[in-house]
Ligand binder design. Structure first.
Ligand SMILES: CC(C)(COP(=O)(O)OP(=O)(O)OC[C@H]1O[C@@H](n2cnc3c(N)ncnc32)[C@H](O)[C@@H]1OP(=O)(O)O)[C@@H](O)C(=O)NCCC(=O)NCCS
Length: 175
């Protein structure tokens, strides 16, 4: 089922093949991907979309296109993705916003809708974000959404903090 999540300013909808160019302008950008090994190529961007379309079918969730409600303009991605973290299958909240839209609260807003979906619709016991300690903007999004650092892990040779929030903690934060 193609659920569209709505926030005050965004729609989070499933990726379509035509999102490749606007997505490439986000994850193909060197500054945006400074905390990754390198920016994505166009081919890898196509594969990113394919991978998430497989996730929608197989897992019922995946990263979604974040588009502005008024204009439909694509400004990034936000959503849930299952990850193997040190042998444990966990659901990650992830986000990448186009650079000219940074620091306007979009990632925080999209992550909140994704958390609600994760806890209320797919009944995840816990959600995490894997964040490089140096990635201050992403850390701040996690903090604003009441995640806390649970531990650290190494992925693709890079140290990451595992930020986490349980369903119970989230429910308490909504009261
Ligand atoms: C991380 C990212 C998604 C945040 O998106 P965003 O829409 O700008 O996020 P928000 O506006 O909701 O919040 C950003 C917060 O970080 C703060 N921030 C940004 N840069 C910062 C810095 N260098 N140091 C400290 N705080 C910083 C902002 O001030 C804001 O906090 P505030 O609301 O308290 O002022 C965006 O920076 C991005 O796309 N980065 C590249 C991809 C990436 O790293 N994704 C996450 C992978 S873990």
């Amino acid at each position: 089922m193609n659920t569209i999540l709505e926030t005050p300013r965004l729609l989070l909808r499933e990726f379509i093949a035509a999102d490749c160019d606007p997505l490439f302008s986000v994850i193909g950008d060197a500054e945006t991907m400074a905390f990754y090994l390198r920016p994505f190529t166009r081919r890898e961007t196509e594969q990113w979309i394919d991978r998430n379309q497989r996730r929608y079918r197989g897992e019922g969730h995946g990263l979604r296109a974040a588009v502005l409600k008024g204009s439909g303009e694509f400004i990034g991605d936000c959503g849930l993705a299952s990850q193997d973290v040190d042998g444990e299958r966990l659901i990650e909240i992830a986000y990448h916003i186009r650079r000219d839209h940074w620091n306007q609260g979009y990632a925080t807003e999209g992550a909140q809708a994704s958390m609600r979906y994760g806890f209320e619709c797919i009944n995840a016991p816990k959600l995490i974000s894997l964040i490089r300690p140096e990635n201050k903007a992403s850390r701040r999004v996690a903090e604003k959404n009441s995640l806390r650092i649970e531990r650290q892990t190494v992925r693709v040779g890079l140290l990451h903090d595992v930020w986490a929030i349980t369903q119970e903690e989230w429910m308490r934060s909504q009261r």
